[in-house]
Design a protein around this ligand. Structure first.
Ligand SMILES: Nc1ncnc2c1ncn2[C@@H]1O[C@H](COP(=O)(O)OP(=O)(O)OP(=O)(O)O)[C@@H](O)[C@H]1O
Length: 216
């Protein structure tokens, strides 16, 4: 499935961050988001995933077709690895092969262990295995390889390659080369214009005007 954005404007805490964001990701391709800390990569991903509204513009497909993996792993800490994947499959209305999803991330021996008793890297692997049970054609991923060792990065890259081979698409904020087909988009090209001086501070929840101006 294709992922596209036209003239999208996004904000955090009511403060415009990016505007005029336009791109197209064909089925089978990934678009890698780049940009320094605080430049708006997470905000763009969250907007596309429907976790916050866009200020203006258009994005396709609608969030219901997008599986989002953010900084948190989205796990229920008291549930085992298998139970977590079943929980998500039920939520997404799919009938997945949970054993294959666990195997893809080398989690077979942890199938019956509660997420609370896993290491950070093991939890991250389980969180990523969740993507395989969503059945969603577009993946929006925010720094998916954080906490992963080299072997796990390779496993993840291979799961991602299979997703793309099957006609899926992906938008990924990452600083490492995952070796998948696609282009790189630097979000700093879409920075919103800085606010005019004397227009007051940043809106509640954003931080403060100095922070905002430092970024903008
Ligand atoms: N919960 C929040 N409330 C208000 N402002 C926020 C919030 N989270 C982030 N921001 C601000 O929004 C801006 C964009 O943040 P965002 O997380 O989208 O950047 P990023 O490019 O993903 O950064 P990083 O590379 O550090 O993950 C930053 O200036 C940040 O300070």
């Amino acid at each position: 499935m294709e992922l596209s954005c036209r003239d999208l404007a996004v904000a955090r805490g009511g403060w415009p961050l990016l505007s005029g964001v336009t791109f197209r990701v064909a089925p089978g391709r990934a678009l890698i988001l780049r940009g320094p800390n605080g430049s708006g990569k997470t905000t763009l991903l969250r907007t596309l995933a429907g976790l916050q509204p866009a200020l203006s513009g258009r994005a396709d497909p609608e969030p219901g077709m997008i599986a989002y993996h953010g900084h948190a792993d989205g796990l229920k800490s008291t549930l085992t690895a298998t139970e977590n994947l079943r929980f998500w499959a039920e939520l997404f209305g799919t009938s997945p092969d949970v054993r294959s999803a666990l195997a893809a991330f080398g989690l077979e021996r942890l199938a019956d262990r509660a997420a609370a008793h896993m290491s950070a890297g093991q939890r991250r692997r389980l969180g990523l295995a969740r993507l395989m049970v969503t059945g969603r054609p577009v993946w929006a991923l925010d720094e998916p390889t954080v906490s992963l060792d080299t072997a796990s990065v390779t496993r993840f890259a291979s799961v991602l390659a299979r997703h793309l081979d099957a006609g899926g698409a992906a938008l990924i904020a990452t600083h490492i080369d995952l070796g998948v087909p696609g282009e790189v988009l630097d979000v700093t090209a879409f920075r919103s214009a800085p606010p005019a001086r004397g227009q007051g501070g940043a809106p509640d929840g954003f931080g403060n005007a100095a922070d905002a101006e430092a970024f903008l």
